[in-house]
Design a binder for this molecule. Structure first.
Ligand code: MG
Length: 255
């Protein structure tokens, strides 16, 4: 199994980055590993911590309609260039935390996505440089108030509610280019979304290079790479689980 990099809060309210061991203890690091953090001799035992979202980005840059069949289901062509939008960092919640269903919306959708974690400051990069600035990979759910997205004509409110970016549970450094992504509602046997990340229109290195022509990416920033086909609404109380082969699964409930 790939190394799993976590961020945790201990029962004494201390926050650490670290490496999750097979026995679920955490080897504590002295800084985020993408900033050169090293393993310390502190080991945090199972049941003495909770998992937090695995990084603290200055910004979350997301990409719309980056899978051909999802663009089709939205009734639009695939954009000729990546379609960028921002989610505020206050949208982030960890694995197992609740998504809040806002009273302003009547349709809140899940969007399972691969997330990239930036490790190096990245500005005006070419795709080769951009690939090197990607430190690792995690799972995200780009929760969207679909009715407000259509009503507003731009996406800030629809994508920006607190709790609208479940992220985690951990970061891995390696990922198969053929990894499968699946989204399940209420532990149903058949996934609502099922695709390979190789179906992406613009691949991670191209996305990061493209974004870096616009804004400087800084260590810990998160890129959401778009959702495959099969998006749909959730009801109050539903559980949603996004799985990516080689990473794990991200589970949350909407309340
Ligand atoms: Mg999305």
């Amino acid at each position: 199994m790939a190394q799993r990099y976590v961020r945790i809060k201990t029962n004494h309210e201390q926050i650490y980055y670290g490496l999750l061991k097979a026995n679920r203890n955490v080897a504590v690091y002295d800084a985020p590993p993408w900033l050169g953090g090293q393993e310390t001799d502190i080991e945090q035992e199972l049941d003495t911590y909770q998992i937090l979202a695995p990084c603290v980005p200055a910004k979350i840059v997301a990409v719309g309609k980056n899978y051909f069949k999802h663009a089709l289901e939205m009734g639009t062509p695939v954009p000729k260039e990546p379609l960028l939008f921002l989610k505020p960092p206050t949208t982030i919640v960890a694995d197992a935390q609740n998504i809040h269903y806002p009273s302003q919306s009547q349709q809140v959708d899940y969007e399972g996505e691969l997330a990239l974690i930036i490790g190096d400051r990245c500005s005006h990069a070419n795709p080769e440089q951009a690939a090197k600035s990607i430190w690792g990979y995690t799972i995200a759910n780009d929760i969207t108030a679909r009715d407000l997205q259509k009503k507003d004509g731009q996406w800030t409110r629809a994508k920006g509610f607190d709790t609208f970016c479940p992220l985690g549970p951990w970061i891995v450094r390696e990922l198969s280019v053929e990894a499968k992504i699946k989204t399940f509602i209420n532990n149903e046997a058949i996934p609502r979304q099922s695709a390979s990340i190789s179906d992406m229109v613009f691949k991670p290195d191209l996305l990061v290079a493209y974004i870096s022509q616009v804004m400087t990416l800084t260590p810990g920033d998160v890129i959401l790479t778009g959702t495959p086909e099969g998006v749909g609404a959730m009801n109050h109380g539903d559980a949603v689980r996004v799985e990516i082969e080689g990473i794990g699964c991200l589970s949350n409930q909407i309340t």
